[in-house]
Write a protein of this length. Structure first.
Length: 436
């Protein structure tokens, strides 16, 4: 089989080749790891093979050009590495033979795509219900793994987040995240967890963790904690896609539809969340005509499906109902803040957290004024809530600004700037502070 034609744009540089590797890896790594896990039956081995394929691409693509089918190149390279591994292991000869047969004659060379293969087609079909990525996530959420470790592992392998990004999401040191991921891999390997979508009753056992992971993937996409972009659209889209897949797999679970509703209604505001220069725009200043009306309709339909179950909305459903209040309001002032406060009251009852409490305080300030809401924020600060987050000083600074206490507001916004995770957010807060 001849080497596939390589794309060689004029002026291709080493840095451009590396950029292409990084772009393809960020988009396709989860499916590549998932497919290799299905072939090898070994989660940890699959990730190692994918990393080896990535390392080979970092050497080969800048030198020879980007393959016409880059994802297939990485997948085939990983499968070739798997064959080499099984060849070295005499006890794995049967698996090696099966892999070699499936790969096809002459396709064991690095970079040769398995033309017409099921796996290459699967990489390009984002809405398959028998989804390798979903199976990988359900394996990560296996009961043999602790909740914290399974979420960290899935965010790393499926979400493509670095240990530092995961650490920021959990407000823990990066070393703690790395230790959790290592323990999770060892537990899955020791338990010999099969690579397959589990039976319906087993899915329900893992549903809570699974939805947490999907929500965190989307959250990192919608408000990136690293990099130059405020929104990582690839992660956000993957979060929405996976939520839809789970809702189709488990249509009788109201919270799966609540999660879809929340993500759709949040993503609907993406078109207005950044300006032409990529700078963030606060909700109150967004041009609501730019919001995605189709996403709003999809989100409201999913929320109605969750509500029809008659069991009451869960945490995701309640957050979706709050998002709906924002999405249907013609302006910030015309928003149904009374209903939002009631929804936050319900959310605080079933899923209490400092973030929920802060957001409720914001809603109270919009409904009854900052003077009534400020003590709620001060209580959280006194309790030591969110000590490293920029959220509390930002909210407190905005309330003080509305009360005319400009010097205090400047001090709070300065703290928020120091804690803000991205340069774009820091610039936005600096502008608001300097306006005082």
């Amino acid at each position: 089989m001849t080497e596939p034609r390589r794309v060689r744009p004029a002026g291709r540089t080493t840095s451009a080749g590396r950029a292409a590797v990084e772009a393809v890896w960020r988009i396709e790594s989860a499916r590549i790891v998932a497919t290799l896990a299905r072939y090898t039956g070994d989660f940890a081995l699959a990730e190692d093979l994918a990393q080896e394929a990535l390392a080979e691409a970092l050497v080969t693509w800048p030198r020879d050009g980007v393959p016409a089918q880059p994802a297939a190149w990485l997948l085939t390279c990983g499968k070739r590495r798997a064959i080499d591994t099984f060849r070295r292991n005499a006890t794995q000869r049967d698996r090696y033979a099966a892999l070699a047969h499936d790969l096809g004659e002459g396709q064991a060379a690095a970079g040769a795509p398995a033309a017409g293969s099921h796996d290459v087609q699967a990489l390009g079909d984002p809405d398959r219900v028998d989804d390798d990525v979903l199976a990988l996530m359900l394996i990560s959420c296996h009961p043999v793994v602790s909740r914290e470790a399974s979420i960290a592992l899935t965010l790393r392998v499926v979400g493509g987040l670095t240990s530092d990004e995961i650490a920021r999401a959990f407000l823990v040191p990066a070393a703690t995240v790395q230790a959790r991921i290592t323990r999770a891999k060892k537990a899955i390997t020791a338990a010999q967890v099969a690579f397959e979508v589990p039976e319906p009753h087993e899915r329900r056992e893992r549903l809570d963790r699974l939805m947490s992971v999907i929500y965190l993937i989307f959250t990192e996409g919608s408000s990136a904690t690293a990099g130059d972009d405020l929104i990582r659209y690839d992660l956000a889209r993957e979060g929405v896609r996976l939520a839809r897949v789970v809702a189709r797999l488990m249509p009788d679970e109201p919270e799966t539809h609540g999660l879809v509703a929340l993500l759709e209604l949040t993503a609907a505001r993406f078109p207005a969340r950044v300006d032409a220069d990529g700078e963030p725009v606060l909700l109150e200043d967004q041009d609501r005509r730019r919001w995605d009306a189709a996403a709003v309709r999809r989100g409201r339909a999913a929320l109605a499906t969750a509500s029809r179950a008659g069991r009451g909305l869960g945490p995701y459903g309640l957050q979706a109902a709050i998002a709906e209040c924002h999405d249907v309001a013609p302006s910030a002032e015309a928003t149904d803040w009374d209903r939002i406060v009631l929804l936050y009251d319900a959310l605080q009852q079933i899923a209490p957290s400092p973030v929920v409490a802060v957001n409720r305080a914001v809603a109270v300030s919009m409904l009854r004024g900052p003077l009534e809401a400020l003590p709620l924020v001060d209580e959280l600060i006194a309790a030591g809530a969110l000590p490293h987050s920029h959220l509390l000083p930002l909210v407190r600074g905005e309330m003080l600004r509305r009360l005319g206490r400009s010097e205090e507001a400047r001090r709070e916004l300065t703290v928020a700037i120091e804690r803000s995770p991205t340069a774009r957010e820091r610039r936005l807060l600096e502008t608001r502070r300097d306006a005082l």
